[in-house]
Write a protein of this length. Structure first.
Length: 40
């Protein structure tokens, strides 16, 4: 069983099937995509 974890807020994003226990770090939509983009 694998787990996707947000690298910023440490919340669990999803689970996936895997032969061994795995933790992958990604960015979740809740905390990472709401930062304002600065256009020069």
């Amino acid at each position: 069983m694998g787990t996707l974890v947000c690298q910023n807020c440490n919340s669990t994003i999803d689970h996936f099937e895997d032969e061994k226990v795995t933790v992958l770090y990604a960015k979740c939509d809740d905390c990472c995509d709401h930062k304002p983009k600065k256009d020069a």
